[in-house]
Design a protein around this ligand. Structure first.
Ligand code: SAH
Length: 363
């Protein structure tokens, strides 16, 4: 039962409708303001041409033909021009003229459409969406296909266009759920089909992220690419400690090293790393902790050299474990870190770092 203007007595309410079949706009106020709904309807009725329905119908019949345009940006540009310019302008001359105008428009767009897609390799930063660069954010908004690593946080993936194809490459610090060859093939496949591909990697795409292999795959197929840097875990972790990576009078270099490579534990120039005051950011270092400790002590490093681990740097569940080289394996075992963690050799959290930190610090 519906009684006009009587919300309490009605079992259902009907929205106001602007009908340009197949385009239908319903305006509902949940019964709160029927007069307002009517005003909005009147406003839309006046604003939307009566030929809108025919415009959409002609467009629909043409969709198959327009699919010859590369998927993504090229196709969107074509439809946007039809609905905002070409279509409305030719509808006044009738439906036949509009169909002819569509043919002409498609021929123009086909001539201009890039034959190949493009790949953007972008860094997603350490996890906090606010640490995404403006450029990476724009790339997320423009991409047709987003191929992302496991380290990229869900909050960042939400920034992609709703229609974008989201593909997980499932990689972790150790090994890969999807082989590198498969990832390369996936990038090439979508870019060759004309898509704007965004290859999104945690942190910076040029730090321990196998960027070169993916670039080489693009080059082998003549696919254009560009790189957007990101904030690497070392920067975010040093910020969490309230420390600099380099400091006048302490260290004139800071090294980015990996605890692990494809062959196993990675060898480093242990002798120079063991010197007092050295700072190194060790990526993928959790499992290699005992190995690293052994090598450094063997090369003369002091057992009381500060070592800090930052887990989930920049994220709400960030944790800091402050320890020393001598205590590293036991501190790690006790902390039982489960997220990605960066080991900072030679750095301790600054005393003045937020008070809550002290509770999280395991000595
Ligand atoms: N390209 C990334 C590194 C990929 S290697 C970057 O520039 O940061 C993966 C390693 O990075 C992890 O094992 C961990 O050591 C580190 N890492 C990545 N994100 C991290 C985070 N939010 N907090 C702490 N360490 C992180």
């Amino acid at each position: 039962l519906n009684i006009v203007d009587n919300l309490e007595g009605s079992d259902f309410i009907t929205p106001a409708i602007v009908d340009r079949d197949p385009v239908t706009i319903a305006i509902g106020t949940e019964g709160a303001a029927p007069v307002l709904a009517r005003q909005i309807k009147a406003d839309l009725e006046a604003r939307l041409p009566s030929s809108l329905g025919a415009l959409a119908r002609i467009g629909k019949a043409f969709r198959h033909a327009a699919d010859t345009l590369p998927m993504g940006r090229a196709r969107r540009a074509f439809w946007s021009e039809y609905y905002t310019k070409t279509g409305p302008a030719s509808m006044s001359k009738g439906e036949a003229a509009t169909k002819a105008a569509l043919d002409t428009l498609l021929a123009q767009h086909l001539a201009e459409a890039p034959a190949e897609g493009h790949v953007v390799f972008a860094g997603a930063g350490p996890g906090d969406p606010e640490l995404l660069t403006l450029k990476a954010r724009r790339a997320l908004h423009e991409a047709d296909v987003v191929i992302y690593d496991r380290l990229v946080s869900p909050a960042i993936l939400e920034l992609a266009r709703r229609e974008a194809l989201m593909l997980s490459a499932g990689k972790e610090g150790f090994g890969a759920a999807m082989s590198q060859a498969d990832i390369n093939a996936l990038i090439v496949k979508h870019a060759s089909a004309g898509a704007q591909v965004l290859r999104l990697k945690g942190g910076d795409p040029a730090v321990f992220a196998r960027l070169d292999e993916e670039i080489e795959a693009c080059e082998a197929h003549d696919i254009a690419f560009s790189i957007i840097p990101g904030i690497t875990a070392a920067s975010a972790s040093a910020a969490a400690l309230g420390q600099s990576l380099t400091k006048r009078g302490r260290n004139t270099e800071a090294r980015l090293v990996t605890g692990h490579d494809m062959q196993g534990y990675a060898d480093q120039d242990w002798k120079s790393l063991a010197r007092a005051g050295e700072v190194a950011a060790i990526y993928m270092g959790k499992r290699a902790a005992r190995f690293i400790q052994g090598r450094l002590l063997m090369h003369g490093a002091a057992a009381n050299t500060p070592v800090s681990l930052v887990e989930n740097a920049s994220l709400p569940n960030q944790r800091i474990v402050a320890t020393t080289l001598g205590q590293l394996p036991s501190a790690l075992a006790e902390a039982a870190l489960t997220g990605p963690a960066l080991t900072l050799l030679g750095l301790a959290p600054r005393d003045a770092v937020v008070p809550t930190l002290k509770q999280e610090v395991a000595q």
